[in-house]
Write a protein that binds this ligand. Structure first.
Ligand code: ATP
Ligand code: MG
Length: 147
């Protein structure tokens, strides 16, 4: 990362702390975590179960909030954002493959994937619609998806 400008950095995490407290128990899941991810870089976060990988990803994706620290994704201040800004950020900027499938049982896989697309605007919406059309028809031809 040395010598790269701020514009080349897609994700900045600085001094992130996450503490879970429930029923008198206090778990420090992240203790002053910092990292920077360059644009186009592929990063694998590895560690034993319970080391805080999901917690960190949730905080970077704007799903959960840290107790302290700063997260910036592509120039967007995730850690300082309000709920509405975060909703748009998640809709337009975040792609997330969960550990569980999280499919909506009453919908087909195709409908589950396509369901947020109408709310997407601009290039993200156009790309989502184009991908879903392309993969939807391929999926149906391959017999993986129903329309
Ligand atoms: N909602 C929660 N309430 C209380 N403690 C939590 C909560 N979520 C996570 N933790 C605790 O925070 C720590 C980090 O958990 P996390 O799920 O981020 O780990 P992980 O590295 O993703 O684990 P795994 O490899 O099993 O998915 C663990 O000690 C976990 O028990
Ligand atoms: Mg996990």
């Amino acid at each position: 990362m040395v010598g790269e400008s701020r514009e080349d950095i897609a994700v900045i995490v600085e001094g992130v702390v996450k503490i879970y407290e429930s029923r008198g128990e206090r778990v420090v899941a992240l203790r002053e975590v910092g990292l920077a991810v360059a644009r186009g870089e592929v990063l694998a976060i590895m560690g034993p179960s319970g080391s805080g990988k999901t917690t960190l990803l949730n905080i970077i994706a704007g799903i959960d909030r840290p107790n302290a620290g700063r997260v910036v994704v592509d120039g967007f201040e995730v850690s300082g954002a309000g709920e509405e800004e975060l909703r748009r950020f998640r809709l337009e900027r975040v792609g997330y493959v969960f550990q569980q499938h999280n499919l909506i049982p009453t919908l087909t896989a195709w409908r589950t994937y396509y369901s947020p697309c109408p709310w997407r605007e601009g290039p993200a919406g156009a790309a989502a619609s184009s991908y879903s059309r392309r993969w939807g028809s391929r999926g149906r031809r391959a017999g993986i998806l129903r329309s």
